[in-house]
Design a protein around this ligand. Structure first.
Ligand SMILES: [Zn+2]
Length: 275
């Protein structure tokens, strides 16, 4: 599933191709891709100059003149490709640009959405802080987590607590910070929160540098794959030895999400003897 590093990678790839151009057609192969009014989606963005490609959390937004926008949410399996994908894929929409560029919204699981935004800021206001922004401090993360008794793993996935983190990078960050995924968020004091803050920024920054993780269907617009998953310590590595201590990595369900962790490096809270 595309998380912050994957969406940021797509943003960086697309922006130079579409800046100052405009959409000339929004073709809906699968009308269910439209979030909100379908006709507005197909007419609202047309002819407006694209002033930038933005990312907030896992959302990609083509910023259009007048404060409007076209929001793309890739969800589980969505991708935006510059060439029509092979048979067996599932193109749900085609975005046609004034310079002839075609963007194919490919999405096997059909959970992704397109939405015309009257006001880009309204979407952004619904999301929590960006973890790589200056605004995101240790104190802010501590304050966000202290309001929740849910497991810290679930808290990291809540887009209102911190935007853009999903299952893979939450597991990687908790491993680096040596925090058990079931630890109640509000039980973490400033020391483990500081470790978690550093770990989150590290795993996200490293993953952007590797152009995201292609563990599933994720690809860059040109079809290239990211390599961030080759650097993973625990995510998707059940049964393999912990790279730090050699203990067999495990997978447990936390609020219906598979969570990978090392039972030795990440002991349950209260059981951390510091040895
Ligand atoms: Zn370990």
């Amino acid at each position: 599933m595309p998380e912050l590093p994957e969406v940021e990678t797509i943003r960086r790839a697309l922006e130079p191709l579409v800046l100052d151009e405009s959409f000339i057609a929004i073709r809906l192969v699968d009308p269910a891709i439209s979030r909100g009014d379908r006709e507005r989606l197909q007419t609202g963005p047309i002819g407006r100059r694209i002033t930038g490609v933005l990312r907030r959390g896992k959302h990609l937004v083509f910023a259009l003149e007048g404060g409007k926008g076209l929001a793309v949410h890739l969800r589980m399996t969505g991708s935006l490709l510059l060439r029509e994908p092979d048979a067996g894929s599932r193109v749900r929409a085609v975005l046609v640009l004034s310079n002839g560029v075609h963007l194919y919204f490919n999405d096997v699981r059909r959970l992704g959405t397109l939405e015309f935004l009257d006001d880009v800021e309204a979407l952004f206001g619904r999301l929590g802080p960006e973890p790589l922004s200056d605004e995101f401090t240790v104190d802010l993360l501590h304050a966000q987590l202290s309001r929740h008794r849910i497991p810290v793993k679930a808290a990291l996935l809540d887009q209102q607590i911190v935007a853009g983190v999903g299952n893979m990078y939450a597991d990687e960050a908790l491993f680096l910070a040596r925090i058990h995924p079931m630890t109640p968020a509000r039980n973490l004091d400033i020391s483990p929160v500081t470790s978690l803050w550093k770990a989150l920024r590290q795993v996200l920054t490293d993953a952007i540098a590797s152009k995201g993780a292609s563990v599933s269907t994720y690809a860059l617009p040109n079809g290239e794959h990211g390599t961030a998953h080759f650097g993973f310590n625990v995510a998707h590595k059940k049964g393999e030895p912990c790279p730090s201590c050699g203990t067999t990595l495990q997978r447990m369900m936390v609020r219906k999400r598979g969570s990978y962790y090392c039972p030795a490096c990440q002991p349950p809270s209260g059981d951390n003897t510091g040895g």
